[in-house]
Design a protein around this ligand. Structure first.
Ligand code: UD1
Length: 430
């Protein structure tokens, strides 16, 4: 296993290129299951979750090629399996996205339930209920969701999601493209990644209206064709680098971004004192002094993204003043709090709200990444901490950040990756 070793204190200055969005690339690659022709996907980030998705497509029998420009060609002309196995689904919940396309095209699909996750707790119940409304028969047997259609095709339906669900909206949008008749998705997710998938599906011949609003209408067609699609920039990677520049009181220019997808983050960083300028595909941020604390409350897009909550928690840990962080999307998404406290942060938890009082300095510590965005927050903490920080279990960060240490090094950070047998021991906590 590997760790990241960081010595904090340097203001980050430099240019960073933002990669393609993981959460858009995953459904876009999986949408290749809807056609027997080639889907060409550009701007796919080099991430562990993408490798998992490609491995899953390969197990189903899809042919995958990568050209010299890193464009990924997926061909699902001759599939050999309709089953997403446990060992892949447990490492990536987004594997559930194969359910809708397989069911729509072949009338049959099996997807393992993610490990330790019964339907009803961190569930996929909304995906299942909506597919049942489209005529699918679904059972859960031996830890697998087994879905089939008795009729030749899924049937269009009016679906009202109880909760806004991003992958639920994507799964149903894909299923509906090949259904018989019209499907209306109400209370649909409005995330840019949903819009990106809709654009890809439209290029494949799907008839979709309303993506980006909370009502999406899909008129089913008999077949989809091949297409070429370029994935949108990763707004969460961009947001994470913006916070990195802000907390180190540095200055960074981000290239290949879509500032329009970052409105909620930009507003809060300006409130914190950052000077931000944007153009069509670039964004510059300069933080001239210690940031001011800013309260946030997560919400579905266009609200403040839950995937930026941990990074803003860290921002507040080192800011002037006190702020509250309220998490509305996921329970138990405060696992980074205990690690930040070990570095000297002053945080009090009250249910789904954290009260953060800014401290003058964090100290280095040996900490553990617990999930993808929590690990990004620990990297940011390491960049501002006084002593050396050693972050273990960094496979979490490799799920979602492409070359994070190279990009930070380029901006002057003192960061390196070591294998655990060589990782230094750190005792200082404050
Ligand atoms: C996606 C993103 C993830 C982001 C999240 C919220 C991908 C691959 N992942 O996750 O990075 O943090 O959106 O923006 O795009 N829920 C149910 N039943 C369901 C489905 C969801 O109760 O069937 C609940 C969830 O427990 C959660 C809320 O709905 O409380 C939102 O979850 P959802 O939008 O589905 O998250 P993901 O699509 O898994």
């Amino acid at each position: 296993m590997e760790s990241l070793v960081i010595r904090g204190g340097q203001p980050l200055r430099g240019d960073v290129r933002i990669g393609g969005a993981k959460n858009a690339a995953l459904p876009v690659l999986i949408s290749a299951l809807l056609t027997d022709q080639d889907l060409l996907v550009a701007n796919v980030p080099h991430l562990r979750d993408i490798t998992t998705a490609l491995e899953l497509l390969g197990r189903l029998g899809a042919r995958i090629e990568v050209d010299e420009k890193s464009v990924i060609r997926v061909n699902a002309g001759k599939l050999i399996s309709r089953r997403a196995p446990y060992e892949l689904v447990k490492t990536m919940r987004a594997s559930i996205l194969v359910l809708g396309p397989l069911l729509a095209r072949f009338g049959q699909a099996e997807v393992s339930l993610p490990g330790g996750c019964a339907i009803g707790s961190r569930p996929v119940d909304l995906h299942i209920r909506a597919l049942e409304q489209m005529g699918a028969t679904i059972t859960v047997e031996e830890g697998y969701i087994k879905a089939s259609t008795s009729r030749h095709r899924l049937q269009g339906a009016k679906i009202v999601f109880d909760t806004v669900t991003v992958t639920g909206t994507e799964n149903l949008m894909m299923a509906a493209t090949l259904a018989e008749g019209a499907t209306v998705l109400e209370n649909a997710a409005r995330e840019p990644e949903v819009v990106d998938l809709a654009n890809c599906l439209a290029a494949m011949g799907a008839r979709i209206e309303g993506a980006g609003t909370d009502v999406i209408e899909i008129e089913g067609v008999a077949n989809l064709t091949g297409a070429a699609h370029r994935v949108i920039p990763d707004r969460i990677e961009a947001g994470t680098f913006m916070v990195a520049a802000a907390v180190t009181q540095g200055e960074m220019r981000l290239h290949d971004v879509n500032p329009g997808h970052l409105d909620a983050v930009i507003v809060r960083l300006r409130d914190a004192g950052a000077q931000i300028s944007v153009s069509q595909s670039e964004l510059s941020l300069k933080m001239p002094e210690r940031p001011d604390a800013v309260s946030i409350s997560t919400a579905p897009y266009p609200g403040f993204p839950t995937d930026m909550q941990a990074q803003f928690m860290l921002l507040n840990c080192v800011s002037e003043g006190t702020a509250s962080i309220t998490e509305h999307i996921f329970e138990n998404r405060f696992m980074h709090v205990h690690e930040l406290q070990r570095m000297g942060a002053d945080i009090t938890l009250h249910g789904n709200t954290a009260l953060v009082r800014g401290v003058d300095q964090l100290g280095g510590a040996q900490v553990m990444a617990t999930d993808l965005r929590a690990s990004a927050c620990l990297v940011l903490a390491g960049l501002v901490a006084r002593e050396q920080t050693v972050i273990g279990r960094i496979y979490h960060i490799d799920r979602g950040y492409d070359c994070i240490e190279e990009k930070l090094l380029q901006c002057g950070a003192d960061i390196r990756r070591v294998s655990d047998s060589r990782s230094p021991r750190v005792h200082a906590v404050q």
